[in-house]
Design a protein around this ligand. Structure first.
Ligand code: BGC
Length: 741
């Protein structure tokens, strides 16, 4: 049941408040600062971060400076009603103390505390890109619900999640934060995550307001470079990037965050078409918009605004409600109203939307919603850890398994190489702000706890170079060698685009040494994006894509290594065979010259055209066979049947995927598109017939001209292909004709 943010009773209370508030107090509601830092350093915090990044100060010096820093929670401004929300502050004691200040303001309007609770708070679940690969909507929901329970106990009211950006370029570091390259999957992920965070009763104290971000097309950043421009047709915008946002809104999401980027020349922060025409007029969104951090100010850099005041004017007129960090609204809106450049009614509108959520959350009636006791009891509860483990087990993808490398046979001597195998904190992945690194279980710790004899070395010398001798000696003594490699958690997420997607050269050298030893080997990958593994695949017997799996990383991995758990996850973003393929995604449109043997076909001279691993791919310790694919059209829906059999010797779970293709239409259509999936548990030898009903309208698209004139999805009569399989490449196919009613 989607939450409705507008209720008659609350609207009346808001009317009464608005009638009493001064313009300055109203603008205060639209302001979301972070705490300011009062430190012994002379430069701004941003400059300090740059200095650290540029190596002008060491990590140690930075930490030392930070330890002398005090947070200033803007007490006087809060008491004067000049702040509406805080960003990035949590902890029951701190939040409650600041809230007490807000309650001393004239209208006693409580502050909304927002934070990036992206994949868990204290207990951390796998990164979203990994979790999406479970193909289990209920798991998406449960992980978000538990994150909400912890975060709310720590005083957080609102998370800037889910990120529902479709991402098709692995160079973009933020691919880790969303569901991957597919629009349908991103929509399912959006709906269930929003439902998990917000629950059925947003005022129950255990749920938090969600925020679908980044509106829109942020994942389309040109060349995969973060914050870069996007120039796309409106058709592509509407068909590929917008549906997950619309789905989130239908699920009742309370807030949206416009993206940093411009779309075809108009930055999202000042984009009236997006923020008002599509969002409010077409979709009827009832919640409010929070800008991305400093994004309003950045409209000056974009060259779309003359100065900060102009940026504030354009943004508020486009439909933005709250300003994160930049203070452009706070410093300029009053003047803009006085000058008649912004009508006070615009301000009232934004404040109304913000207050709606404060009322709906129950914040106005119960501003203090947690305490330190509740906070302590709630963090890292056994059931959260159990869910984190289940989620990790269901997110880890078996990419390769030859020579019976996995599951590990008993009685063998095990070697473990790589710093990542011993570093719990690294398992948190990107955007785990509240995450407890010390609570994370590394692979090494989990093997020890499982009393599995093994020897670990980092494989590196103190200077970071490869410890060839150590590796050779260790391999000499072992029967099977596990190598942990990939990316540090800082290597994905925001501002973490990469131009090379291979393993770091030292890690590759380690794999070469292991290969030379002739011993059986398993690569344990930890990373926040698809990597190019073309060479690595040849060097090892098995690859387990563990991603950044969160708090229970090691335990989940050991359960898979030993066969206690049979891997079932699939990748939700194609793994390129070479970085030059990026962006690469399975649901591309047909070209006039599809890749083939002939020279003049759409391909490369020097690299393959197919990805190394396609969307939806993932192995298990058993095997599945698909048969009897049938399709018919009844009641304006594709009625599809397929039988799936577990042909191996172990029980397992398979994510059965259904793709459709509109074979000929008045616009070029994708070669196939995921339209349904179901995860089935099958005992060894068991088979099951699965039935899917996909409304024909799901194949709708925006026709030429109609997009600009009157946006409407259409479906045309004609031939459709139906595909079923365990990934987007290896599928059965049948055809069916559809005739419009
Ligand atoms: C990111 C957002 C995030 C915000 C607040 C920005 O830099 O783009 O995704 O929610 O910071 O931390």
């Amino acid at each position: 049941m989607a939450i409705h943010w507008i209720t008659e009773e609350n609207e009346k209370r808001i009317d009464a408040l608005l009638a009493e508030m001064t313009l300055e107090e109203k603008i205060g509601q639209m302001r979301q600062p972070g705490p300011s830092l009062v430190g012994a350093f002379e430069v701004s915090f941003e400059e300090l971060l740059d200095m650290r990044f540029d190596g002008k100060i060491s990590d140690e010096e930075f930490q030392k400076m930070m330890s002398s820093v005090k947070m200033d929670y803007r007490e006087e401004e809060v008491k004067a009603g000049k702040v509406g929300s805080f960003n990035g502050v949590s902890g029951a004691e701190t939040v409650n103390a600041i809230q007490e200040n807000a309650l001393q303001s004239r209208h006693k309007i409580p502050l909304l505390f927002g934070m990036d609770v992206i994949h868990g708070y204290k207990t951390v679940y796998p990164i979203p890109l990994a979790l999406a690969g479970s193909f289990e909507p209920e798991l998406y929901r449960r992980a978000a619900e538990m994150a909400a329970e912890e975060a709310s106990a720590a005083g957080v009211h609102w998370t800037y999640a889910p990120m529902v950006d479709v991402a098709r370029d692995a160079r973009w570091g933020r691919i880790s934060e969303g569901a991957g390259e597919d629009t349908y999957l991103a929509s399912v992920f959006a709906v269930h995550t929003v439902q998990g965070f917000q629950g059925e009763d947003i005022s129950d104290g255990k749920h938090i307001i969600a925020c679908a971000k980044h509106f829109a097309a942020y994942g389309g950043a040109e060349a995969g470079r973060d914050y870069n421009t996007i120039d796309i047709s409106e058709q592509k915008l509407r068909e590929v990037y917008l549906p997950p946002f619309e789905a989130a809104i239908k699920a009742g999401v309370g807030t949206l965050m416009p993206a940093f980027n411009d779309i075809s020349g108009v930055p999202c922060s000042v984009n009236h078409q997006l923020l008002t025409e599509i969002l409010r007029d077409e979709w009827g969104f009832e919640g409010f918009l929070i800008s991305d951090a400093n994004a309003i100010d950045e409209c000056v850099n974009h060259g779309i605004a003359e100065d900060r005041k102009d940026a504030a004017r354009q943004s508020v007129l486009a439909g933005m409600d709250m300003d994160m960090s930049s203070d452009c609204f706070f410093q300029n809106l009053e003047q803009l109203v006085k000058e008649g450049k912004v009508a006070e009614a615009e301000i009232d509108q934004a404040v109304r939307r913000i207050l709606r959520l404060k009322f709906a959350l129950g914040l106005v009636d119960q501003p203090i919603r947690t305490n330190t006791e509740r906070e302590q009891e709630t963090m890292l509860k056994p059931e959260f850890r159990a869910l984190a483990r289940e989620a990790a087990e269901k997110s880890i993808v078996l990419l390769k398994n030859e020579n019976e490398a996995l599951p590990l046979a008993g009685g063998k001597t095990l070697a473990l190489i790589g710093a990542l195998a011993a570093d719990g904190e690294q398992m948190l992945g990107a955007w785990a702000m509240g995450g407890d690194g010390e609570a994370c279980v590394s692979v090494k710790a989990a093997l020890e706890a499982a009393r599995q004899p093994f020897t670990w070395i980092s494989g590196r010398k103190e200077d970071g170079s490869v410890d060839s001798e150590g590796i050779r000696t260790l391999c000499g003594q072992a029967d099977i060698v596990l190598v942990a490699a990939g990316e540090q958690k800082e290597e994905s997420g925001e501002a973490a685009s990469r131009g090379e997607l291979s393993l770091h050269p030292e890690d590759r050298d380690i794999l070469r040494l292991v290969k030379e030893s002739g011993k059986k080997s398993v690569l344990l990958l930890f990373n926040g994006r698809p990597l190019v593994l073309t060479e690595e695949v040849e060097l090892v017997d098995a690859i387990l894509e563990c991603w950044h799996p969160g708090t229970e990383a090691g335990n989940a991995i050991v359960n898979i290594l030993t066969g206690k758990v049979n891997p079932s996850a699939k990748i939700t973003a194609s793994f390129p065979a070479a970085v030059g393929q990026c962006p690469i995604y399975y649901n591309h449109t047909s070209t006039g010259r599809p890749a083939g043997k002939g020279k003049f076909t759409s391909k490369y001279l020097d690299i393959p055209v197919e990805p190394l691993y396609p969307f939806g791919y993932g192995l298990s310790y058993t095997s599945y066979e698909y048969a009897d694919l049938k399709a018919e059209i009844r009641e304006e829906a594709f009625q599809i049947e397929v039988t799936v059999k577990n042909t191996g010797e172990r029980a397992g779970e398979e994510a059965v995927q259904i793709y459709l293709q509109d074979v000929a239409a008045s616009r070029v259509r994708p070669v196939k598109e995921l339209k349904a999936f179901e995860k089935v548990a099958l005992e060894a030898g068991e088979q099951r017939k699965l039935c899917f009903t996909i409304p024909v309208a799901e194949m709708g698209f925006y026709s030429a001209g109609a997009v600009a004139a009157k946006p409407a999805r259409i479906v045309e009569s004609g031939l459709f292909r139906v595909y079923a399989g365990g990934n987007s490449r290896d599928t059965l196919c049948t055809e069916i004709s559809y005739a419009e009613l």
